[in-house]
Design a protein around this ligand. Structure first.
Ligand SMILES: [Ca+2]
Length: 142
């Protein structure tokens, strides 16, 4: 059985939890790139992270994570710093830093049960020579 949230039956490197969170098909390796997070640096040095989440009543904020049905979407950034164990240090969500403006721009766009969420950083972040990563951590809301 390969039906658990961490399984990847279509071998596209997206576990079932993320296929569900981004409303992709877990049994075919179709491209779901439109639903995956994008990260852009604005002219003023702020960054905008854009991603899709399930279109349903939402609680929380960009800085605590958005609770939608049985999922939590937690936007985070990293400047490439690592822990002693070699893992990236992520900032945002879970109370350890307020990276993004609270009110995201939310747009319905595809009729497939998703909304596109655009989050802008509160301040300029780094410069073009500094590596920066963004991710959406998705967890089950237990
Ligand atoms: Ca998959």
């Amino acid at each position: 059985m390969r039906r658990g949230p961490g399984h990847d039956p279509d071998d596209d490197y997206l576990p079932n939890l993320l296929e569900y969170a981004f409303q992709m098909n877990p049994s075919t390796g179709q491209s779901g790139a439109a639903a995956l997070p994008e990260f852009a640096v604005n002219e003023d040095g702020t960054v905008t992270m854009t991603y899709c989440q399930i279109d349903a009543p939402t609680e929380g904020s960009a800085n605590t994570g958005f609770r939608v049905q049985d999922l939590i979407y937690i936007p985070q950034i990293s400047f490439g710093d690592r822990t002693a164990a070699g893992e990236f240090i992520w900032i945002g969500g879970e109370g350890d830093g307020e990276v993004f403006e609270d009110a995201p721009a939310v747009e319905r766009f595809d009729g497939k049960g998703l909304v596109r969420v655009a989050l802008k950083s509160r301040e300029p972040l780094g410069n073009s020579s500094q590596q920066m990563f963004g991710r959406i951590l998705v967890r089950l809301n237990e």
